[in-house]
Design a protein around this ligand. Structure first.
Ligand code: PLP
Length: 397
């Protein structure tokens, strides 16, 4: 293949070939390319990269933990927005895939994912029409928290001749969306059960206020309070003849509590596959860091000061600065749009980097960092094996 050869991904993005042996994996709807084992250092930067051994271990740890209980994993794809990773999760036994946004869900369905839960409300004529269209191509379930939205969804589904699954969202302490009381949630489930175009499937309640609590016991207490609300709703629904098939909750910080709570059927965690600096500071999580931004030292203006070519346009900062890996003798001093400043620190005077050196940086928040990139490169033992399209990137509508 000649230099500069271009192929189109399923998302309509263009991947410019910088390696001669880049090939599209047959049957993968062109969102997955083999990279022929080039060295990680050869990637141009900034590049989003994932250690495949660690990614697979994280997926396996979650699978193994949940195999000892009654809940399944319906991993949240807002973290990776990458169909190839969703397919890996399904192959590892996920019961379906959770999405935050309709656009994200469309991107995954375009690339072969057939069971989607949108753990969010989908509101407005055009979106609801798109949701009904999506239901022609996949099993689609959406969260609801108000009667007007239920009626809008039902009309659209009936008109399109499809059935859309629906779960009632209840606020379990996160104070975001969700019915504000068990009574209100029961009333919504009753409305759902009468709808011709909607199929009542259950409930969800996300304890987002608990997932980042640092101490394990404090986190457990807060999560358990949330599950009491959710399970109170479950028993009231059962007593009204509406036992939920889906009871969905939990994030990476709380999966271990939800996964051992009888009555909860689905874990919606997302970040566990990648981890990030914020979750690394949360106690008791068994997952390892797999996601990095590869960056190049582009200036060494003073001894022990290294300016790298990745900033807030390739690594999000709403959870703070990126981090370096322990043992590298480097500390992060600051970030701007296209730069991060690293300084040597630690034993023996810290790191001594040459101009052009490559550095792996740990994002402070994996989900919003992924959303800044078109592609993610999978490497194993320093060799790049695969490039995946982040087809759901930017699909916030
Ligand atoms: C509705 C919902 N479910 C689950 C999650 C869990 O994600 P994570 O595992 O990244 O904490 C989130 C995160 O924002 C969420 O908004």
């Amino acid at each position: 293949m000649s230099e500069g050869w271009e192929i189109r991904s399923g998302a309509g993005q263009t991947l410019r070939n910088e390696t001669p042996d880049l090939t599209c994996k047959p049957g993968a709807s062109c969102d997955e390319w083999k990279m022929g084992g080039i060295d990680l250092e050869e990637l141009d930067t900034p590049a989003l990269v994932v250690d495949l051994d660690v990614l697979e271990r994280n997926i396996e740890k979650m699978r193994e933990f949940l195999s000892g209980g009654t809940a399944g994993i319906r991993p949240h794809a807002k973290t990776h927005k990458t169909p190839a990773i969703a397919r890996l999760q399904m192959e590892a036994g996920a019961v379906g895939i959770t999405c935050a946004k309709l656009g994200e869900a469309e991107a995954l369905v375009d690339h072969g994912i057939k069971d989607i839960l949108i753990a969010n409300e989908v509101v407005g004529r055009e979106k609801v029409r798109r949701l009904s269209e999506l239901a022609r191509r996949a099993s689609v379930t959406v969260a609801v928290d108000c009667r007007a939205n239920i009626e809008e969804l039902d009309r659209s589904a009936v008109k399109a001749g499809v059935t859309i699954g629906a779960i009632v969202e209840i606020d379990v302490g996160n104070h975001r969306a969700g019915a504000r009381s068990v009574e209100e949630a029961v009333a919504l489930a009753e409305v759902l059960s009468w709808c011709a175009g909607l199929r009542y499937r259950g409930v969800m309640g996300y304890e987002g206020h608990a997932v980042f609590i640092r101490g394990l016991e404090d986190r457990r207490k807060e999560a358990e309070k949330a599950y009491r609300i959710l399970l109170d709703l479950v028993s009231r629904l059962a007593s009204r003849g509406l036992p939920p098939e889906i009871v969905s909750t939990a994030g990476t910080g709380t999966f271990m509590f939800a996964g051992r709570t009888p009555g909860i059927t689905d874990i919606q965690a997302g970040s566990y596959i990648f981890m990030d600096q914020r979750y690394r500071c949360v106690e008791g999580l068994p997952f390892e860091q797999s996601l990095f931004v590869l960056s190049t030292v582009m200036s060494c203006p003073e001894p022990g000061v290294y300016i790298c070519d990745a900033g807030t346009k390739s690594m999000s900062s709403e959870f703070g600065l990126v981090a370096t890996l322990p043992g590298y003798g480097l500390q992060v001093r600051g970030m701007s749009e296209e730069h991060v400043t690293l300084v040597s620190s630690g034993e023996g005077g810290g790191a001594d980097l040459a101009l052009g050196s490559k550095v792996l940086l740990v994002p402070s928040h994996c989900c919003t960092t992924v959303n800044l990139h078109d592609f993610i490169y999978g490497f194993r033992k320093g060799k790049v094996e695969v490039c995946w399209s982040i087809a759901g990137r930017g699909r916030s509508r």
